[in-house]
Design a protein around this ligand. Structure first.
Ligand SMILES: [Mg+2]
Length: 230
């Protein structure tokens, strides 16, 4: 009998290629909103947006700002650096981004091959800090839905990863045992720390092989490594 029965996968940057999809969406919106009037090119816009977005996401994760402040704020603040002060436009841009980004379908390398292998062997679930309205759509549009039994979105659970409450809720909802559960994710802060907080086995997916000082039980740089290991 395999050691694990339940696999809990993170979605963004683990299965769904957020970085590629985000760039595709923002590039098309950059043109539609004619942001070349305020930024030298898309690259300059994106390089400004990234740190602002990361900083606001961290504040949102720590409950310091609301979802609306995150969504509108990240674009309003980016626009401001180009000399554009237009909150209405930032709100519209944010709405278009959320809606259209969820329709993108790029997956991380080997995702479907690995899920095809795992599907008959394990119960699989998604654990994600994203928004309710986007995460289900991403799963449906990219063909991931059939592989997963449950989708746990932090917004609906009422706690974000890495909070113990999030993981406890997910495990209990699946009637899973902790010892038989495995967390797989790309974020040391959210997925790996969260698994540790609740005492769950974990796999750190580190495709860029970024150096770190965390102690992790298992680290992989390609999802294919799961086929040999699970
Ligand atoms: Mg992730």
């Amino acid at each position: 009998m395999p050691k694990y029965q339940h696999l809990f996968f993170d979605l963004d940057h683990t299965l769904w290629d957020f970085a590629t999809n985000e760039q595709l969406t923002l590039k098309s919106l950059f043109q539609r909103y004619q942001l070349d009037k305020y930024f030298s090119d898309f690259k300059a816009f994106f390089a400004t947006y990234q740190p602002i977005n990361n900083s606001l996401w961290l504040q949102y994760r720590n409950n310091h700002i609301t979802k609306k402040q995150l969504n509108t704020g990240r674009f309003h603040q980016t626009f401001l650096t180009g000399g554009l002060d237009n909150e209405t436009m930032a709100t519209n841009f944010a709405g278009d981004f959320i809606r259209e980004n969820a329709l993108q379908t790029t997956l991380m390398p080997h995702t479907l091959e690995v899920l095809d292998y795992l599907k008959p062997r394990y119960h699989m679930h998604i654990i994600t800090n994203g928004f309710v309205e986007t995460q289900q759509l991403k799963l449906d549009e990219s063909g991931l839905s059939p592989y997963f039994e449950r989708l746990f979105v932090s917004e609906r659970v009422g706690a974000q990863k890495p909070r113990r409450a999030f993981f406890e809720y997910a495990i209990k909802s699946c009637n899973a045992r902790k010892k038989e559960s495995l967390v797989i994710g790309d974020s040391l802060d959210a997925d790996i720390q969260g698994a540790k907080n609740f005492g769950l086995d974990h796999v750190f997916f580190n495709p860029a092989q970024i150096a770190h000082n965390e102690t992790v039980q298992k680290e992989i740089s390609s999802l294919r490594e799961l086929i040999d290991w699970l």
